[in-house]
Design a protein around this ligand. Structure first.
Ligand SMILES: [Zn+2]
Ligand SMILES: [Zn+2]
Length: 339
């Protein structure tokens, strides 16, 4: 099969790889339908986030069960599934305390980062990390369940309340998704995006969501302590996010950027009563709730590009790796859309 493999120079190349097999009795072979290109993938190609050269990238995948191992009890061939790529062992001290996303064996075990992922037509993994997609949920919505799980986890960690005034920094797919979910949970939501093109596609998307009241802002339009919750989906705006938070505000660090640094004055944190929240990706236990929420949110409008795997340079163009941004969520299309 043809798979997108990370090279030493941090580029992606389409390479021939053997089709994976169900090596363990609880393994499932998934025929991948779509895999979203994540900000983390973009970060890897830009040198902001580490990944193992030689790995098949891709972790936001949906597909159909092709084969099952002899010990699989929860799925059968033909079932539509979404991949939970945050693997955990379930046995270490942290897993036993319920902190699945901080599993002691997480490092070196991340799908599409350290171990072969889903920018490929087939993927084999343990049935524990596959969830059935409800009937009638279109592929373009299901492919956003994993990013939705991240967003839900971060907003829950910020203890979002109906009276909150939420400011989301960064209008990429995660920023748009965060604003959408925040709009569902809080009274006032603003999304700040620098790029006029991204602002316009986000505004068009929100205008089509019934009852949605998210407002789009240019960075210059927000200043001083203005929001009770500030979410930095860029990952490099900690200082600015703190300056924009009202007293007793919560600042959520959500974007992944291994090169970013921020300077904070401890006295300011205590005098202004600020909380800085780092919630990481998500605990696997949140996944079923993300699937439920996906049934009520029209996520599919966030997908702007479907790119066949052979044509992957077009996906990188759309993500602004070569020129300006041309879209929001870009998905690599591996098989025909089922609905
Ligand atoms: Zn991701
Ligand atoms: Zn563990």
């Amino acid at each position: 099969m043809k798979a997108l493999v990370l090279q030493d120079d941090r580029s992606l190349r389409l390479v021939d790889r053997p089709r994976p097999v169900c090596a363990a009795p609880t393994d499932v072979l998934v025929r991948v339908a779509q895999t979203g290109v994540c900000g983390t993938d973009r970060g890897v190609l830009l040198g902001k986030f580490p990944a193992r050269p030689g790995v098949v990238m891709g972790h936001e995948a949906i597909g159909e069960v092709a084969e099952i191992g002899t010990g699989v009890t929860t799925l059968k061939p033909g079932d539509r599934v979404v991949v939970d790529p945050t693997f955990y062992c379930g046995l270490c001290a942290r897993c036993r305390r319920g902190a699945l996303n901080f599993c002691l064996h997480k490092e070196g075990n991340e799908l599409g980062i350290d171990r072969d992922g889903a920018f490929a037509p087939y993927l084999a993994l343990d049935e524990r990390f596959l969830h059935p997609v409800p009937d009638g949920l279109p592929d373009d919505r299901a492919v956003l369940i994993e990013p939705l799980a991240c967003v839900l986890n971060n907003l829950e960690a910020a203890r979002l309340r109906p009276a909150d005034d939420v400011l989301v920094l960064g209008g990429g797919p995660i920023g748009v998704l965060t604003a959408l979910v925040a709009d569902h949970l809080a009274s006032k939501v603003r999304l700040v995006e620098r790029d006029p093109f991204r602002r316009s596609i986000a505004a068009r998307y929100f205008a089509g969501v019934p009852g949605c009241a998210v407002r789009l802002c240019e960075p210059d339009a927000v200043d001083g302590p203005t929001a009770s919750v500030v979410v930095d989906t860029v990952g490099s705006l900690l200082e600015r996010a703190c300056a924009l938070a009202q007293p007793m505000g919560r600042v959520v660090v959500m974007g992944f950027d291994g090169n970013a640094r921020g300077e904070l004055r401890p006295l300011e944190l205590l005098q202004r009563g600020l909380s800085i929240v780092g919630a990481g990706d998500y605990n696997g236990l949140i996944f079923p709730r993300a699937i439920e929420l996906a049934q009520r949110l029209p996520l599919e409008g966030i997908v702007t590009h479907h790119v066949p795997i052979d044509d992957f340079p077009r996906a990188l163009d759309a993500l602004g790796l070569t020129t300006g941004y041309a879209g929001l969520k870009v998905v690599i299309q591996l098989a025909e859309v089922t609905q």
